[in-house]
Design a binder for this molecule. Structure first.
Ligand code: SF4
Length: 348
């Protein structure tokens, strides 16, 4: 509506009421259907996918020996279809999206458009990315940092030879890690570190360097075997030689427990406690050891697709799935068990 038309409209007595009513009516029409859907899900006690991990592509430029989401396909949805699926998830209650892969930064345009869509159109409370860090650039963060709450970089060792032996290394991982940490500070993104503990690094002492790096969270995972992904000579990776016992994982954890950001996650907690969506927009369940996929959210909707996989909501809460998701909250805060139970939400 041009300002001239608006001015003449507002000149009539009571016309501003008409304009205001139209605006309110438009807002109601846009938001009502998703509010009704969310309310219905709550009444039916269907789990609400508050926090979702979306693996939009399996393609990666690294070859980690323990990878459990291997490049079995090169499929990737069109931008429009990916956005449609994300909108369906938002309407079902998603508040936090974690974008993973593969390596998301192999598709900078696709990734950038998705980040913008998630914040500007879906208004998600939190958007994070998990990356191996090799393709992250300052230019990308300068342009899209405003849409990223958390950037999680995977690095398993402060020893470059170990990183190379694991398959993620190029001799410069630690240097790149510090560089990304600095860019995150510059562009107001929370910097997170992810480490997988396996036979090659469980004896390592990473205390001093992680302390210096000062991530807001340091997620430490026990290496995980997933049937059909990394469990035999037939799969793209065979992790059997790199598995560690629970005791060995505990030894690594004890060495680093004093780091404030340290968050350990053993196999029992990992299996089925994450809500995973693959490159076809299907929920994935790796809880029973073998990966099971639902039908696509794009074909059957979120509720039906979610009912086709096992998702351990309790394990989500147990591992402290909710924390300060957004960049607005400056200090790391772990919620109490009571707060976790009350909010019923989750995180990667
Ligand atoms: S960087 Fe991640 S996705 Fe790529 S091979 Fe390693 S574990 Fe797999």
């Amino acid at each position: 509506m041009s300002s001239g038309i608006l001015k003449s409209l507002l000149g009539f007595p009571g016309s501003w009421v008409l304009v205001l009513s139209s605006v309110l009516l438009t807002i109601a029409v846009v938001t009502f259907p998703s509010a009704v859907r969310a309310a219905r899900r709550r009444l039916n006690k269907s789990p609400i996918p508050v926090s979702v991990n979306y693996f939009f592509s399996r393609k990666c430029n690294k070859e980690c020996g323990f990878c459990f989401h291997t490049a079995k396909t090169s499929y990737i949805l069109s931008q429009d279809e990916a956005h449609r699926g994300l909108r369906l998830l938002k309407e079902a209650g998603m508040e936090k999206l974690n974008i993973a892969g593969g390596e998301p930064f192999l598709y900078p345009n696709f990734l950038g458009a998705m980040l913008r869509f998630c914040k500007e159109s879906l208004h998600l409370r939190s958007v994070s990315i998990v990356t191996n860090g090799s393709k992250v650039t300052e230019n990308f963060l300068k342009e899209y940092g405003q849409y990223i709450d958390i950037l999680a970089v995977s690095c398993d060792s402060m020893n470059e030879k170990t990183n190379i032996a694991i398959g993620r290394g190029d001799g410069n991982n630690v240097k790149q890690l510090f560089r990304i940490r600095d860019w995150c500070r510059k562009y107001n993104i929370k910097f997170k570190l992810n480490t997988v503990v396996c036979r090659l690094n469980f004896n390592e002492d990473m205390f001093d360097l992680v302390n210096e790096l000062a991530p807001f969270r340091w997620k430490v995972f026990q290496v995980l075997m997933v049937c059909g992904e990394n469990d035999s000579e037939e799969t793209l990776r065979d992790v059997r030689k790199w598995e560690i016992t629970d005791e060995e994982f505990a030894v690594f954890c004890d060495r680093h427990r004093a780091i404030p950001a340290f968050i350990p996650e053993d196999n029992k907690v990992m299996a089925s406690s994450y809500l995973l969506v693959d490159e076809y927009m299907r929920f994935m369940d790796k809880g029973s050891g073998k990966m099971v996929e639902s039908e696509s959210i794009l074909d059957v909707g979120v509720e039906k697709a979610l009912s086709q996989v096992r998702w351990d909501h309790e394990a989500f809460l147990e591992r402290g799935g909710i924390y300060d998701w957004t960049k607005e909250m400056p200090v790391p805060q772990k919620p109490t068990a009571k707060e976790l139970a009350a909010s019923g939400s989750l995180d990667w």
